[in-house]
Design a protein around this ligand. Structure first.
Ligand code: AGP
Length: 638
């Protein structure tokens, strides 16, 4: 399941007693706003609510943080209601604007829809609906789903009933037409007291109340009202009213949901039950990689990067790529360099943004600038991109924050879909950046004819297997956590790697510095004998990222001999190696195995134990792993 990151809430409560307008249970709006407040960490580009009241749909939505919606509601209150849906958005399709915010209201203002996920086939569906003279006001895939749902709803017989059955049937039929990842919630003026939802590859849970029922992208959406929850399965539709919860598959066959009691407190719920956002986001990584891949290639392995607004002919003339980034994002660029040069045969430099523009770089209209930034607001990188554009270069932003400054000032953008990264030290964005950079490299190779379609398809097939392999590493994290806790008093750790393992070693060192405040340094393993080996003394911990023995075994053999060199001088060797590589055991105090993958994709797996190690060691020291001292999530000063 791809845990897309918008916040979603639905509510169906008990109708007002005769003669009054106030619902017997909670006001729908109160429940929605409380839920959105708790879910705001899942996405905060925009927020909106819609309620069914006085025979219609009343809706408010605003770009920006939830506070903007609260202010809007103070200015323009909604009527009392017992039924509603609410949404905080982490934009994927369409920038964070008022018109792109959810809910989307269609069908003559009678149907409100919210969505979490990516609808892969929104373009052909939109074309089909435009053919039928439907109109659209936003750039979102969500509005396409909403118009489709409304169109199907209109096509169903109207028996005048307000029991929601027609809306449920319409949702089932619409869900059959949608591809990709989606959680959809819908409320219709004809059915006050009913909310209908569907899900595929995107989260949705039901909250069971007394005379009221809830929907949420996770339990945070309703944890203030009930701890009784029902997890929905893949390809299911759920219809809630104040007193009923009915689940079916997309074809109407009844289905059962598994009820459970939420044993998290509200704060823990925002972290999916993990003790920190850092640990949650390390565990979000399978979904972050899968979501970044989703919708960007077809079954033949043809890449379709729909935000790529640079003319193909221009991309064919590029004779140099410069990656601009800072910190962890720069290490993602270092990793990507190996793949891009290998696939595209274009010289690729990776530059620290803050160094780039002061070294009088050689940039012209045949240079492609690729900026890597989770926040899209890093001033060093923004200024470097501006400088490069002044020199005539084309610029592509690989960014995790839709509508942020760097993508807005670039010629094209390739968004990572890691979801909001709350912890200051970057983890899931790092893997998503590497994934997106690989997609860009494959796209360029496809465009310029450096790779055959079959070769690209093979790489994409290998990439598609990575999320499950990351999950496998995460499931076996006990040993590395135990080692980390035992090393809480360590004062320095060295990290070694070769080829793509070198930037992974540097990223592992940065994580340890950022989280545990321990001096740590990443080296190219081959550099050791040129000086750093003088640092080795009895008991010095050295973590070594070993390449697969299946690839160029010369590289593997060289790294194994590097391990022997440091061990011979007393180092405590900790090795990250590929499953089945028994050759390292004789030289390592500890070996942590990762699943087999290709050499170029290995960083997506070898990084994970290093993240876990740093997080667990810092936790053992009692440090705040979400907000490390001296650091900011986005460095917006130069
Ligand atoms: C990552 O762990 C660090 N917090 C930091 O190095 C970060 O990667 C760097 O500041 C770049 O931020 P950006 O990706 O938002 O541009």
């Amino acid at each position: 399941m791809i845990g897309f990151m918008c916040g979603i809430v639905g509510y169906a409560g008990t109708a007002p007693a005769n003669g009054t307008s106030t619902p017997a249970g909670h006001q729908a709006l109160d429940v929605l706003m409380e839920g959105l407040r708790r879910l705001e960490y899942r996405g905060y580009d925009s927020a909106g609510v819609a309620v069914v009241a006085e025979g219609g749909i009343a809706m408010r939505k605003k770009a920006g943080k939830l506070a903007n919606l609260t202010a809007e509601l103070a200015q323009r209150p909604l009527p009392d209601s017992m039924t509603g849906i609410g949404h905080t958005r982490w934009a994927t399709h369409g920038g964070p604007t008022d018109k792109n915010a959810h809910p989307h209201v269609v069908d003559g203002g009678k149907l409100a829809v919210i969505h979490n996920g990516i609808i892969e086939n929104y373009a052909p569906l939109k074309a089909e609906l435009l053919q039928q003279d439907h109109t659209f006001v936003s750039d979102t895939d969500t509005e396409v789903a909403a118009v489709l749902l409304g169109d199907i709803y209109r096509s169903l017989p109207d028996d005048g009933s307000a029991d929601g059955a027609r809306l449920t049937r319409a949702m089932q039929l619409a869900a059959q037409r949608l591809e990709g990842a989606f959680t959809l919630l819908a409320a219709h003026a004809d059915h006050p007291g009913t909310v209908v939802a569907s899900r595929r590859n995107s989260p949705l849970v039901v909250g069971l109340g007394d005379g009221e029922n809830f929907l949420g992208s996770d339990v945070s959406g309703f944890i203030d009202y009930t701890r009784r929850a029902v997890e929905l399965g893949q390809d299911q539709v759920v219809t809630i009213t104040a007193d009923t919860v009915a689940i079916t598959d997309f074809f109407g066959a009844p289905a059962e949901g598994k009820e459970y009691l939420v044993d998290w407190d509200a704060a823990a719920a925002e972290k999916d039950g993990f003790p920190s956002f850092m640990e949650k986001e390390i565990h979000d990584q399978p979904e972050a990689v899968a979501a970044t891949l989703l919708g960007r290639s077809d079954l033949e392995g043809k890449l379709t990067l729909d935000e790529m607004r640079i003319d193909a002919d221009v991309l064919k003339t590029i004779n140099k790529i410069i990656v601009l980034a800072c910190g962890t994002s720069a290490y993602a660029g270092q990793v990507a360099k190996y793949a891009i040069e290998h696939w595209c045969r274009i010289p690729t430099e990776v530059e620290l943004s803050h160094e780039f523009r002061y070294r009088d770089p050689i940039v012209d209209d045949k240079t492609l600038i690729v900026s890597l930034s989770q926040s899209g607001e890093t001033m060093d990188t923004l200024m470097a991109v501006r400088y490069a554009r002044e020199q005539g270069a084309k610029t592509i932003a690989i960014c995790n924050t839709n509508g942020s400054t760097i993508p807005r000032e670039s010629d094209a953008v390739l968004y990572t879909h890691a979801g909001p990264e709350i912890a200051v030290a970057s983890t899931k964005a790092f893997l998503a950046q590497i994934t997106a950079a690989y997609l860009l490299g494959l796209y360029l190779a496809q465009l310029r004819g450096n790779l055959f379609q079959g070769q690209i398809k093979d790489v994409l097939a290998d990439l598609a297997k990575v999320p499950a392999k990351i999950a496998q590493v995460l499931a076996n994290d006990g040993q590395i956590k135990e080692l980390a806790r035992s090393m809480a008093d360590t004062r320095s750790v060295l990290f070694l790697g070769r080829h793509v393992g070198f930037p992974v070693a540097m990223e592992g060192a940065l994580k340890l510095k950022e989280l545990a405040y321990i001096h740590a340094e990443g080296f190219a393993a081959g550099e050791l004998k040129h000086g750093p080996i003088a640092l080795i003394e009895e008991g010095q911990p050295v973590i070594v990222v070993v390449p697969s023995p299946r690839g160029r075994d010369s590289l593997h053999a060289k790294v194994v001999s590097n391990i022997q060199e440091v061990r011979a001088r007393g180092a405590k060797t900790i090795v990250i190696a590929e499953e089945g590589d028994e050759s390292v055991r004789a030289h390592a105090e500890h070996v942590f195995y990762i699943p087999e993958t290709t050499a170029l994709l290995a960083p997506l797996l070898t990084t994970v134990p290093l993240q876990i190690f740093a997080c667990e060691l810092a936790t053992a020291k009692g440090y705040d792993v979400d907000q490390p001292r001296n650091l900011a999530k986005s460095v917006t000063v130069e």
